[in-house]
Design a protein around this ligand. Structure first.
Ligand SMILES: [Zn+2]
Length: 283
């Protein structure tokens, strides 16, 4: 859950650009006639996001009485996504806006696509609205699919609006298995609103982030095992703890809520782990 800069292109300008090459006069006129409704939908998203009001946005199948949801979805799929389409430069601009090319939704996988924060099938007026378009990995995009909030607590964290980077909320715990396993969980600080606490938990669970991070942690454990064994042999459990704590602090400088920071913090504070629990097999 990373925060990224909001796009500066407006919904009206992007919509105008996308429909600029529509040849069919009837379709062109009908699409032009919904431009203000597209702008209004983007404004409504802007006003309701993070306040727990997104579920009050009406889902539509026909707009202005004569434009179908499918026709507005097509503005995205045929006039913004294809390489030579008029909206493609805006698509690309949004796609590369995530720092290090990392998906802001899972904070781990590589950005490969654009995700509609609110699905275009349910909210067709937001099909090409920049505030509704997020750089994302294909897994997050696939999992989110057509989910839409039915209540305030079901709003995913929005990378353009929510900032959960300064407070520690992601933790891990070590399970005494052989090899050790790492489980991740959300524990938001007390000063957050109840709504933000619920939304971060919802986001974490819905996108299966514990499963994603646990797998990464298992790989990491394999990679560091040799080094930990060396430290344990020369400096014992205290040496292992000290080493892991330093590693945690270093990762924390980059992102206090990365799975790596949480994993190293959990390992360093777990006596069983530092005392040989890190071994990949019984010895
Ligand atoms: Zn992702």
């Amino acid at each position: 859950m990373r925060t990224i800069n909001r796009p500066t292109d407006t919904a009206g300008d992007v919509f105008t650009e996308c429909i600029s090459l529509v040849r069919n006069p009837g379709l062109r006129r009908r699409l032009n006639d919904v431009k203000n409704l597209v702008i209004q939908a983007s404004d409504e998203l802007d006003q309701k996001v993070t306040k727990g009001n997104l579920h009050t946005i009406v889902r539509e199948t026909i707009i202005n009485g004569n434009v179908t949801a499918k026709e507005l979805e097509n503005v995205y799929t045929t006039r913004m996504v294809p390489k030579s389409s008029p909206g493609r430069k805006i698509y690309d601009k949004i796609k590369i806006s995530a720092p290090l090319g990392i998906c802001p939704l899972c904070a781990h996988r590589e950005v490969k696509t654009i995700d509609h924060y609110l699905p275009k099938t349910k909210y067709p007026r937001l099909a090409v609205a920049p505030l509704n378009l997020l750089p994302a990995c294909t897994d997050c995009n696939d999992i989110k699919d057509v989910f839409y909030p039915t209540k305030a607590s079901e709003e995913f964290i929005h990378p353009y609006y929510d900032d959960v980077e300064d407070d520690l909320w992601l933790y891990a715990r070590i399970e005494q298995t052989v090899p050790a396993t790492v489980q991740f969980y959300v524990n938001p600080p007390d000063n957050w609103s109840e709504l933000l606490k619920e939304r971060v938990k919802y986001h974490f669970e819905k996108l299966n982030l514990n499963a994603l991070y646990s797998v990464q942690a298992a790989v990491e454990l394999n990679n560091i095992n040799y080094g930990l064994s060396e430290i344990f042999a020369s400096s014992g459990a205290n040496g292992v703890e000290e080493h892991l704590l330093k590693q945690s602090q270093s990762r924390s400088q980059a992102n206090i809520n990365s799975w790596q920071t949480a994993m190293y913090a959990a390992m360093s504070s777990d006596n069983w782990f530092c005392n040989g629990g890190f071994q990949l097999r019984d010895i």
